[in-house]
Design a protein around this ligand. Structure first.
Ligand code: COA
Length: 254
């Protein structure tokens, strides 16, 4: 079975992370499938909105770390960057149902979603600094904006996880429900959206987003340039090696 499931029904495309043995971590091939599915959903007038989901215990452990080590993105056309531009510029509503860990891009993609529903087991984290990296997906702009600077510094400089209730308090999440109800709630809301006129949905989202779209794309490109360089540097190599070897990283020499 594919690692990304794409299912369209009643005007709603659902994209499911389906790599449970690796905690739904995302490979280059998965980013390519996601980017293709977003392009198709944007172009299809029969699709009114898109829902991201994992399962009841895991949303996504973020980028596949073995891929980071062995197959780091080489150019701005790499699947990961195509996917990030795709979510930032997606013209129709994006929703997410998040349960369990949402690490790295598993959290940063949510800043590009319009509506987010979380299971009470959701644990969000952006541990870029702990991996010798820097923020991506315009999170260096969007996290301080949403959280306020000091809470953003806690999330991005310390890389500490925060739970569903904290995410609700800062506005990253619309509602917290038991994990068994999160996917159904997202589908219910998606179907509500799907019954509305597409032109109004698209115009309303564009009007809400257009004021800062240029800045989001500029920041995303700048982060991508630094992130791509840092992936190949000693701090990140040490962090990835430590994860693979299940040991603590030693940054004393980098
Ligand atoms: N990339 C590649 N493999 C990953 C992964 C990732 N991001 N996250 C988890 N896995 C793999 C583990 O290596 C393990 O594989 P194995 O069974 O072949 O050894 C399997 O998924 C289960 O992971 P495990 O760590 O044992 O699960 P857990 O429930 O104890 O912890 C997480 C779950 C998500 C908290 C933890 O796996 C984690 O922190 N992952 C790394 C997250 C990360 O740093 N992502 C990059 C962000 S930029």
């Amino acid at each position: 079975m594919s690692d990304i499931l794409v299912h369209t029904e009643d005007g709603v495309t659902t994209l499911t992370f389906n790599r449970p043995d690796k905690k739904n971590s995302i490979t280059a091939a998965m980013y390519a499938s996601l980017a293709d599915a977003l392009d198709a959903a944007a172009a299809d007038d029969g699709v009114r909105c898109v829902v991201f989901q994992g399962n009841e215990t895991t949303f996504s452990a973020g980028n596949d770390i073995a891929d980071f080590l062995n197959n780091p993105p080489a150019t701005t056309d790499s699947p990961v960057f195509r996917f990030l531009r795709g979510i930032a510029q997606f013209p129709k509503p994006l929703l997410a149902a998040v349960c369990g860990p949402a690490v790295g891009v598993g959290t940063t993609l949510l800043f590009h979603c319009d509506l987010v529903y979380a299971g009470d087991n959701a644990a969000f984290s952006m541990p870029f600094v702990n991996l010798g990296l820097c923020p991506e997906a315009a999170s260096s702009l969007l996290v301080p904006q949403m959280f306020g600077y000091h809470r953003a510094a806690e999330a991005l400089l310390l890389g500490e996880p925060f739970m569903a209730e904290a995410a609700l308090e800062v506005g990253l999440v619309n509602r917290v429900v038991p994990p068994s109800e999160a996917a159904a709630l997202a589908q219910q809301v998606a179907r509500k959206l799907a019954a509305k006129p597409l032109s109004s949905l698209v115009a309303t989202k564009r009007l809400m987003k257009q004021g800062q779209m240029k800045q989001v794309m500029t920041v995303m490109a700048e982060e991508g340039e630094q992130f791509g360089r840092m992936l190949r540097e000693p701090a990140a190599r040490e962090a990835f090696g430590a994860f693979m070897e299940r040991r603590k990283p030693d940054f004393s020499k980098v």
